[in-house]
Design a protein around this ligand. Structure first.
Ligand SMILES: [Zn+2]
Ligand SMILES: [Zn+2]
Length: 158
């Protein structure tokens, strides 16, 4: 794993939507839930959570998709349909970005994995902590502190 270099630049598969991140991630995760399996067409989704003030769409107009009757807003490129980032309604201080959009993915590793209750039997993520569903909302502050210490121990000081 390499050190995370800011800013992080990313694009969708076709390149029409460009994003940039200027803050360090608050948490990284993999989700095994059936919804993420469908949306990612894979065993699990990957998430890097950033403070909203450190995230911007530089080019293009992402469209909302992945609708399933909740207030979670999943943003896609309307052309190539890449699932790029997610903004949970009512929690507008962070944005969950799919790390595979970034040009540099070498720094990414999921710290937690969620919904192992629905995981495919072969699916391994290398996450440090596993949850059968999601952590309790009250656990996230502590998890972000643990992630910060864990990621600093892996990256050289800035
Ligand atoms: Zn695209
Ligand atoms: Zn999920």
């Amino acid at each position: 794993m390499r050190e995370l270099q800011l800013p992080l630049a990313g694009v969708c598969r076709c390149g029409q939507i460009a994003i940039r991140v200027t803050r360090l991630p608050l948490l990284t995760s993999a989700c095994h839930c059936a919804g993420c399996q469908k949306m990612s067409s894979s065993a699990y989704s990957l998430t890097s959570t950033f403070p909203v003030e450190g995230f911007e769409v530089l080019e293009g107009e992402p469209v909302i998709g992945g609708l399933h009757g909740t207030d979670v807003h999943h943003y896609f490129c309307g052309h190539c349909m890449s699932w790029m980032f997610t903004r949970p309604a009512g929690m507008d201080w962070f944005v969950n970005v799919r790390p595979t959009m970034f040009a540099d993915t070498g720094w990414f590793r999921p710290f937690i994995e969620t919904y192992t209750s629905q995981m495919l039997p072969f699916a391994q993520t290398g996450a440090m902590k596993s949850y059968e569903r999601f952590p309790e909302m009250t656990e996230y502050e502590g998890l972000m502190k643990e992630y910060d210490a864990w990621s600093r121990s892996r990256f050289t000081p800035r």
